[in-house]
Design a protein around this ligand. Structure first.
Ligand code: PEP
Ligand code: MG
Length: 577
């Protein structure tokens, strides 16, 4: 009998295959005391296990297939860094000496202490860091307990064409999955912003997370269908379902093969209105794909990665060198660099920024430009580097999370001071570098006309704008059902921002996820949006929708959407398209 299970689809596509269950199982960690004369042997056991864990991870890292997304290696590097971190490995050694604990138990005690620290922090992003600690500790403990490698860890196991089901996956698992040619994966835990979800999108394979019953209901070698679009997994599908999904798979293949042909086609509507299609990028390595999909530039370059996994923030030269090499890859295309947006969902160091105190509401606290203005030592080197790089290519400078004109004035003043400083030092920069604001706080959208009067461009960050408008934490899966891009309040704020930009004659882009979701392309065009910045893997799909759109018809529908009472009503309107 076919069973239908529902989780959260985090990476699109359909896969049909047999199940392999990764059963890490709960490790039974032995607890005992050792004799004084065993301390040295026990210490060596732990040191050797850590060193073997490093060897294993390095081997996996060295075998990352060439086609793997550049997002993946940094996740493995994070685990390697943890293995070098005294907090994780030195304290257990101390416990072996001072309390005569066995190695496994000493490590377990330190793991529990760290988990407790993470829990106290109550930051959603740090939950994924908790997972990292668990993955690393689990690897060392399995070595200490001489557990056999799991089937997917054996290089010669035959898992090609399988769908993996696991409670959770480590970054190392995902590399192995690619080596084995795994078709899709389903995990019992994890939300849309978990590492697992990010990795799935990078691997471009269908994936479902948060499907709590998956490992209990599906059994080894069962046939399953995974629909990453809807988050549905069918176990033991009947002939009818198999036929239906095979047909959809074929249609998908045809559809994606057709998209690449649109790479050189100029993005314009049927009634000849040109639309700019830019890409969102995070890591310098991602810039290659910007060219592959024919983006006309980068509309959002998130720079947080420069601050990750390190003790001190990057200095001016490091920023500068990074931006120069990015400009090099861009080969003349315009680049919008967003100044650093740390805090809230983008913590890099357990909330060290802001003096290290735990914030009650990090999303409403010292994040992004607020933090930058409070700590100029963090901000100035980045601004100087962006300005210096602007002498070598087409750069726009974009400020996140502005909420009032005082902050805007302070930033503009700081930029002017730095320009003066550079001028005095005889350093070249673009005098007319465009400076823009992300509109992602409702206050900024409502006052977009005031912002537009002071800035050269605006870019709507819907990820945050939706969160702040509807008061929905963007990373809390308990309330994700209320996270509605089509909420009339969100649509009205988008329209206000676009109108303000038009009146001031400055460009308005959208760089939040909403811009890359083809369900919304036509509505956004109808609302007047003419510049989309989207994840490069969605760019051609959005272009296809633009090419098929007729603006004459869309503005009427957009006007009706603005008058709708509910998101559901807007959805009905969109169905007419
Ligand atoms: C946004 O908020 O829409 C955005 C693009 O920025 P981020 O997702 O980095 O907060
Ligand atoms: Mg944002």
């Amino acid at each position: 009998m076919t069973l239908s299970l529902h989780g959260m689809g985090v990476s699109r596509g359909i896969a049909i295959g047999r199940v392999h269950i990764i059963e890490r199982g709960r490790l039974d960690i032995p607890e005992y005391h050792i004799e004084k004369d065993q301390v040295e042997t026990e210490t060596r056991r732990l040191v050797d296990a850590v060193s073997l864990a490093k060897q294993q991870l390095r081997a996996i890292r060295d075998h990352i297939p060439a086609a793997t997304s550049p997002d993946i290696a940094p996740f493995i590097d994070t685990h390697l860094l943890m293995l070098d971190d005294a907090v994780l490995t030195q304290e257990p050694l101390r416990l072996i000496k001072s309390a005569a604990h066995n190695a496994e138990w000493a490590l377990q005690l330190q793991r529990d202490t760290l988990m407790h620290v993470f829990d106290e922090m109550e930051d959603p992003y740090l939950r994924t860091r908790k997972d990292d600690v668990d993955h690393v500790v689990n690897r060392i403990q399995r070595i200490l307990l001489k557990q056999k490698p799991l089937r997917h860890e054996e290089p010669d196991s035959r898992l090609s064409g399988y769908v993996l089901i696991a409670d959770d996956l480590t970054p190392a698992d995902t590399v192995l999955m690619q080596l084995h040619g795994i078709l899709a994966f389903v995990t019992e835990y994890g939300g849309p912003t978990s590492h697992t979800a990010i990795l799935a999108r990078s691997l471009v394979i269908p994936a479902i997370v948060g499907l709590h019953e998956a490992g209990r209901i599906a059994r080894e070698d069962d046939m399953v269908i995974v629909d990453g679009n809807t988050g549905v997994m069918l176990v033991d599908p009947d002939e009818h379902s198999l036929r239906y999904y095979r047909k959809r798979q074929q249609e998908d293949r045809k559809y994606y093969a057709g998209l690449i042909r649109l790479k050189e086609t100029p993005a314009k509507t049927l009634d000849d209105v040109p639309v700019r299609l830019h890409a969102n990028v995070e890591l310098p390595q991602d810039f290659e794909i910007v060219r592959q999909v024919g983006a006309s530039g980068v509309g959002l370059y998130r720079t947080e990665f420069l601050y990750m996994n390190r003790e001190t923030p990057p200095e001016e030269e490091e920023h500068y060198e990074t931006y120069l090499s990015v400009l090099d890859t861009m080969a003349g295309l315009p680049l919008t660099i967003r100044t650093v947006d740390l805090g809230a969902d983008k913590q890099v160091d357990g909330g060290r920024q802001g003096g290290g105190s735990v914030q009650a509401n990090p999303a409403l606290g010292l994040r992004a430009v607020r933090l930058c203005l409070k700590e100029p030592a963090l901000f100035r080197p980045q601004l100087r580097a962006i300005l210096r790089a602007s002498a070598h290519g087409s750069i726009r400078l974009m400020i996140p999370m502005l909420s009032n004109m005082q902050e805007t004035g302070q930033v503009l003043e700081m930029i002017d001071e730095i320009k003066m400083e550079l001028g005095n030092q005889g350093v070249e920069f673009d005098e007319d570098i465009p400076v823009g604001a992300m509109i992602e706080v409702p206050a900024a959208a409502i006052c977009a006309d005031i912002f537009a009067g002071q800035l050269d461009f605006l870019s709507i960050g819907t990820n945050d704008l939706i969160q702040y408008t509807i008061a929905i934490d963007r990373v809390d899966d308990e309330v994700s059902y209320l996270y509605e891009p089509l909420h009339p309040a969100v649509l009205r704020l988008i329209r206000m921002t676009i109108d303000a930009g038009d009146r001031a004659n400055i460009p308005v882009a959208m760089c939040g996820e909403m811009a890359g979701d083809i369900k919304f392309t036509q509505l956004l065009l109808g609302l007047g949006l003419r510049e989309f910045s989207v994840h490069p893997t969605y760019l051609l799909e959005v272009k296809k929708n633009i090419l098929e759109s007729n603006l004459g018809r869309l503005s009427g529908i957009a006007d009706a959407a603005l008058q709708a009472s509910t998101a559901a009503d807007v959805e009905k309107l969109l169905e007419q398209l």
